[in-house]
Structure formats: C-alpha cells, structure tokens
Design a protein around this ligand. Structure first.
Ligand code: PLP
Length: 372
C-alpha cells in the first residue's frame, strides 16, 4: 500500500469554502440593495477557482469576474448559464469566437476592442459587453476623452448589449486619499451621461468607503479570501486559509554555527532547529528570510537565515521536543498570523502572499459540514 498524498506532502493548505461564502454573504448584506459579484481571477487568488466559484454560486452569486479569456473558458466548465462570467482584460483580436462559444462577457477597455466586438456582435445578432472607464488609474479603460466621444452612442440600442459600466479605484485602501472622491465624482458624471446602464466602481476596499461608492453592484475579490479590506483597522472578514509546513529534520546546533545559504545567521547560543519543506517555490517568499516566523501550539518559532527554494529553517529551541519532530508540522498561516501578517513581514500585500501559494501543498477544502 502506498502513502496518502497528505502524508507525503510538503505542507497542507486548508481552504475554508464555507468562510468564503460567509464573507460574500456579509458583503451582500452590507451593500444591499446594490448587487455583489465575485472576482475569481488568478485561480481565485491562488485558492482554486473551480472549488471557490462553485461554493460562491451555491451561496447565490450570479456574476463572476476573471482576468483572462482562458480563465473564463475554464470557469464556464464549472458554472453553467445563466451565471455570467466577465473577463477584465477584454477581448484580444482574433479571440471573439471563444467569447461567443463559452458565453463570456468581455470588459472592453479601448476603442479598438469596441470596434472589433461590435463586428462580432453584428455577425452574431447581438452580444453583451461591459465597458471599463478609467477614472484615475491610467491602467485599463477608456480615457475620459474616448468616453466622451462615444457616450451618446451608448444610449441607443445597437448590436452590443451594454451589460455594465465599470471603473476601478486606485487608492481605496487609503480612505483619506483625495483621489477616491475624485474618481467617485468622475464615475457618477459618466453614469449620468449614459442613462440606464448598471454601474460598478468598488472592489473590496471600495466597499468600505461607504454607500456613495456602491453604485449598482460591487466587485470584491481579496476580502472574500480573508484579506483585510481596511488596512490598519480590525479585519471584518473571516480568515480563509491555514497553512502548515512539514518538518523534515530536527538538529542540535552549537553556539557560533551558521544557518543556511550565505551563512547570514549565526547562532548566538546553542539550540534546536527544524527544517521545514516549504520554500520560496511554495510562495514562502525569500523576503521573509530572517523576518518570518511559524508557530507550534500557538508559540512563535522564528525563521532563521535565508529561505531556500524548497526549505526554510525555524528555531524550535523553546518548544518541547515531543511537539517538534520529523513528520510533524509548523503552522505558517493561521487565524492570528494571517496572510496580511505574513505580507507585512515580507514587505508586500496579502494579495501577493495568497496568489503566490504554490501547487505543491496538499489542499483541503472545507465546506459548512466540515469545520476546523
Ligand atoms: C482585481 C480587481 C477587482 C477585485 O479587487 P479586490 O481588491 O481583490 O477586491 C475588482 N475590479 C477590478 C477591475 C480588478 O482588476
């Protein structure tokens, strides 16, 4: 008999699907009567778009956003119509047929995309699309000038059935930033220029800027997955991921011994080290070297030296040897040390920690019946 995947895994990534659904429902209640879509791009921020989207659809979500056409095609295999799937990057020249075949709604970002999609819509007897207006990010979307040129035409029915007008906030995680109100005002006046089309401005953090930012529907991603939408304030979302790294080896080290590549850490006293089978290839970022930590039974164990591709070393001198042994685990993400805490230690944001969690972990998906 062989081993179970969980027994030989370098780590265990636990994803609380019921928690994701609960986070979505809490945002639904917050923004009512506005609607609430779900953003599941980048494989649902690394957690598994297939499982996450099925759970959200079950909870009642009817509009999903992905970044690319291929993500949309994959998602259509999980979510049947009438659930809508919209693609932020829009439609690249030559790929309109896939959008039609898989019933994907492109978010059109520039005038060329609109022209191409209108041709496809004429050929197909009408097709839906969303329109992205840039209100202050200079990233995706029509410029104000481009929008002014077409806004009259948006009001008259044509081959493109306009499903929504969207824009995206650049500074929503900084509530006091003046650009938030500037973007809100620009978006409100664009809406006034086109009449009845549903409008959407807020992603996770924008939802917490208040009612004036809800418009007709909101588009949260990160908050669904437990990232704090209000950095600096208590996190109102449920934590979704737990991560445990497998201990491969325990060793006694003397005072003066160095640890890891570059010999960048030197033991100031004798101690005991645990080598864990998680490295930067698993999304345990190299920038966590010397700064990150794990926990055993809630007790902090510091990460020593540099993180390697497949391994990291923790100081377990203060832990009962019976609790830190080969085959056992060190908690890397939990309720207290969450993706935002790891991000702070790594000098990044929770989004990057989540999307970087690699493919080597054994994944456990929990639904309502199966709580941790
Ligand atoms: C990624 C993205 C979102 C979701 O953002 P979160 O901050 O994760 O909630 C919404 N809208 C657009 C245009 C995006 O690119």
């Amino acid at each position: 008999m062989g081993s179970e995947p969980a027994e030989r895994a370098c780590g265990i990534l636990d994803v609380d699907l019921a928690g994701i659904a609960a986070n979505w429902r809490s945002l639904v209640r917050r923004v009512e009567p506005a609607g609430c879509a779900a953003v599941v791009k980048a494989d649902a921020y690394g957690l598994g778009a297939h499982r996450v989207s099925a759970a959200l659809a079950q909870a009642g979500c009817r509009l999903f956003f992905v970044a690319t056409a291929d993500e949309g095609i994959a998602l259509r295999g999980v979510l049947a119509e009438p659930i809508e799937i919209a693609v932020f990057n829009g439609v690249l020249r030559g790929s309109a047929d896939e959008f039609v075949k898989y019933r994907l709604i492109p978010v059109l970002n520039d005038p060329g995309q609109i022209v191409d999609w209108r041709d496809a819509a004429v050929r197909n007897g009408g097709l839906p699309a969303m329109l992205h207006l840039d209100t202050g990010m200079a990233r995706l979307g029509l410029t104000a000038r481009e929008f002014d040129r077409i806004s009259e035409r948006l009001k008259v029915p044509g081959a493109i059935g306009w499903r929504a007008l969207i824009s995206h906030l650049a500074c929503a995680d900084e509530p006091a930033h003046p650009l938030n109100e500037t973007q809100r005002a620009r978006f409100a006046s664009a809406r006034a220029a086109i009449g009845a089309m549903p409008c959407s401005l807020a992603a996770s953090s924008g939802i917490f800027l208040g009612r004036g930012f809800y418009f007709d529907f909101v588009r949260p991603g990160a908050a669904l997955y437990g990232v704090n939408p209000q950095p600096g304030a208590p996190n109102p979302m449920r934590r979704i991921v737990r991560l445990k790294g497998r201990i491969l080896q325990i060793r006694e080290v003397d005072r003066g011994e160095s640890v890891g590549y570059g010999a960048t850490h030197t033991m100031v006293r004798a101690g005991r080290l645990a080598t864990v089978a998680v490295g930067y290839a698993d999304g345990w970022l190299r920038s966590l070297s010397h700064r990150g930590s794990g926990r055993i039974g809630g007790k902090r164990v510091p990460l020593l030296g540099r993180i390697s591709m497949d391994l990291a070393v923790f100081d377990v001198s203060e832990i009962d040897p019976a609790r830190a042994c080969p085959g056992g685990f060190i908690d890397l993400l939990d309720e207290d040390y969450d993706v935002d805490a790891a991000a702070a230690d790594a000098d990044t944001i929770g989004y990057e920690i989540l999307t970087g969690l690699g493919r080597r972990y054994h994944r456990i998906y929990r639904d309502a019946a199966d709580q941790w």
